[in-house]
Ligand binder design. Structure first.
Ligand code: AHR
Length: 664
């Protein structure tokens, strides 16, 4: 049961007694500042099984046998224990000559011998009845060895079966074959099984199985349901690839973008930072194959019309872990990575990296405007490295906006960084807030006091934690979503300073997560949007073009410094959309009481009119969605509203987030 803690109740009481107001006034003529098209964006990180086994649609785990334990995800008959005796399977490791693609599997069979190899996918293969899949195998073959593919349900029923006609054309060449198959039934705990019959030798470097139904139907692409949820948010920017993942547990395991582009076999597998980061939620089979690499991220941004915002390693590994630093005199490759990335994204096709982009299929530049140097980095070691990057980038690419870090929370490091970054007159400062509902409510006015002439702010990661910051028991409750919405009214009102913001993290697999809460949860079969998702979406699709004043009281000429930030437990902001000529008001009521309010719209030619109101609410603030019970979903509902004599009368429901749109 939800209990308002003492600090929160004190806040609500103070607000109630000091400021209770019936009427709010909006002045649609007085624009305060433009709302940037980038305002509401997305933060993506391969955490919680978001990449392989998540949004990247390949159903085969450890598809090229390159995991340190090469048979993770695979079982064989005869079993691995018997390999020594039977010598039918071998793992070949050629890491000296092929460090980026070290291992492959060898199957050696005599006449009449029959063996099988099966993949468990990511906790059971999810296959849909009547759906089309594409099987891919990369191999070398000698002799007459035959190969058969079956997709099998948990009860052993075959739901698809085909012969794979492998060629012996050149025994020394790697060949690739793709075969389509359609499943006859649905299974959520299935397996892919290959059966081989001798005589002959088969070497296998990769096995994949992709659904045909990927995002935009792209071959070997992304899970369409998950990307649809992102695209439906109409994000202004897309930050990738993280997160702590950029930093790595140590520098050897840090993310370097150049290893994530080009032919799949050249994308060197990397342990995922979240593999063992949380002792109670270790995932020993969590690796990054980089099928979803930097080129795919740029394509995704283009698909969603979101500004790409890559973040690269700044020469420091995760400061929660080893915090290793690259010596200053060895920083050149890191700085060069930044310059090359800009060329890859924006350079002409005559340049080295622009040509690479063209060769990958995209001659036109991606027109990247933002580049993050470091994720959650801080301290003098960060400042001196950032200076190196900034100098090199600004000399060559003065228009690139550099995103700079203040660490992970509003703590002493934050203040040190904030003042250092302001002295450096950086472009954009990234701030992160994983906090309680009370914190978000109390800090909705935070940016009212920020320096209007200083760097712009990216609130690059934030999320309300219901139980305790970082607790594994945190849930995506309605109250958390409302607290985020209240905070976001403060971001919106200060759109002249806060130009970008994103919730974090974005995705989580219901079984394989390390972090909670998250914006979107999924299993191998379906996905669902949390109340926080709808808050983000409602802000984004109703972002408008200009902020206008919304003040308590009837006098629009009154004190414009007063913002609606908790008075009578209401948090609110207003924008107009000059393109559609509409006023948009967002109003949050996280209290348990109905609030009767009137909004007077000054500067509106229409004295009377109709509009619509979208409300996200539930009966209890601690309600959250249960994956197993879709009927518990908390979703926004839209109805019509009326304006009479420039006044809209509202009954603001308890525990609700309300978005009102009205034609001006
Ligand atoms: O969003 C989860 C993690 O939180 C990110 O990886 C990191 O940047 C932050 O600490």
């Amino acid at each position: 049961m939800f209990r308002i803690n003492s600090m929160f109740s004190l806040l609500l009481c103070v607000c109630l007694h000091t400021f209770a107001q019936e009427v709010y006034t909006v002045d649609a003529r007085q624009t305060i500042s433009p709302v940037q098209s980038t305002m509401w964006g997305l933060f993506y990180e391969d955490i919680n099984r978001s990449g392989d086994g998540g949004v990247y649609a390949d159903l085969v785990k450890n598809r090229s046998f390159d995991f340190p334990e090469a048979m993770i995800g695979w079982t064989t008959v005869p079993s691995k224990r018997q390999w020594g005796k039977a010598d039918m399977f071998r793992i070949v490791n050629r890491s000296v000559s092929h460090p980026e693609n070290p291992k492959y599997l060898q199957v050696i069979l005599q006449d009449g011998e029959k063996v099988s190899l099966s993949n468990e996918s990511f906790g059971g293969m999810s296959l849909k009845k009547g759906a089309e899949y594409e099987f891919i195998i990369q191999y070398k073959k000698e002799g007459k060895i035959k190969t058969m593919l079956d997709l099998v349900s948990s009860s052993g029923k075959t739901v698809a079966s085909i012969n794979i006609p492998l060629t012996t054309a050149d025994r020394h060449q790697w060949h690739s074959i793709k075969q389509k198959l359609i499943t006859s039934d649905t299974t959520h705990n299935g397996r892919l099984v290959l059966t081989f019959e001798g005589p002959g030798t088969l070497e296998i470097d990769r096995i994949s199985l992709f659904p045909a139904d990927t995002w935009k139907g792209r071959k070997e692409g992304l899970r369409s349901d998950l990307v649809h949820l992102l695209a439906d948010m109409k994000p202004g920017f897309f930050r990738f690839p993280g997160g702590c993942i950029v930093e790595g547990e140590n520098l050897d395991n840090s993310y370097r973008w150049k290893t994530t582009i080009g032919p799949l076999e050249n994308r060197k597998l990397l342990i995922n930072k979240w593999n063992n980061a949380i002792p109670t939620r270790q995932l020993q089979d969590y690796y990054q194959s980089f099928g979803l690499g930097f080129y795919e991220y740029f394509l995704l941004c283009e698909d969603m019309a979101a500004e790409p915002m890559p973040i690269i390693n700044c020469g420091i590994s995760c400061q929660f872990d080893a915090g290793e630093v690259v010596p200053m005199e060895h920083m050149d490759p890191y700085v060069q990575d930044a310059l090359d990335l800009i060329e890859f994204a924006n350079g002409k096709v005559e340049t080295k990296w622009g040509r690479k982009r063209m060769e990958l299929g995209h001659p036109a530049p991606f027109n990247m405007k933002f580049l993050g140097i470091g994720n959650e980095n801080w301290g003098p070691q960060y400042v001196e490295r950032l200076q190196l990057f900034s100098k090199a980038i600004k000399e060559k690419h003065p228009n690139i906006q550099i995103i700079t870090s203040t660490g992970y929370s509003p703590n002493p490091q934050f203040h040190y960084m904030d003042s250092a970054l302001r002295k450096m007159a950086v472009d954009v400062i990234d701030e992160h807030y994983y906090q309680t509902p009370e914190w978000f409510l109390m800090n909705a006015g935070k940016y009212d006091k920020y320096d209007r002439k200083g760097p712009k702010i990216l609130v690059g990661e934030y999320a309300c934690h219901s139980v305790r910051i970082g607790s594994p028991n945190n849930k995506n409750t309605l109250l958390c979503a409302l607290a985020e919405a209240a905070f976001m009214t403060g971001l919106e009102r200060n759109a002249d300073v806060v130009t970008m913001a994103a919730y974090a993290p974005l995705f989580a697999h219901v079984k394989d997560w390390q972090w909670t809460p998250n914006l979107i949860w999924f299993d191998n079969n379906m996905s669902y949007a949390t109340p926080s998702y709808y808050v983000q979406q409602l802000f984004s699709v109703n972002k408008g073009t200009h902020v206008v004043p919304l003040i308590p009281g009837t006098n629009p000429q009154g004190d414009k410094g007063i913002s609606l930030s908790g008075q009578d437990s209401i948090w609110a902001s207003a924008v107009i959309d000059k393109q559609t000529n509409e006023l948009i008001v967002k109003l949050v009521n996280p209290s348990g009481m109905v609030k009767y309010k009137k909004i007077v719209v000054n500067g509106n030619k229409n004295v009377n009119g109709k509009g619509k109101m979208t409300v996200l609410k539930s009966n209890r603030p601690d309600d959250f969605y249960f994956f197993e019970k879709p009927e518990t979903a908390i979703v926004p509902v839209t109805s019509s509203i009326e304006m009479k004599y420039r006044t809209i009368e509202l009954k603001v429901q308890p525990y609700s987030f309300n978005v009102m749109r009205i034609k001006l």
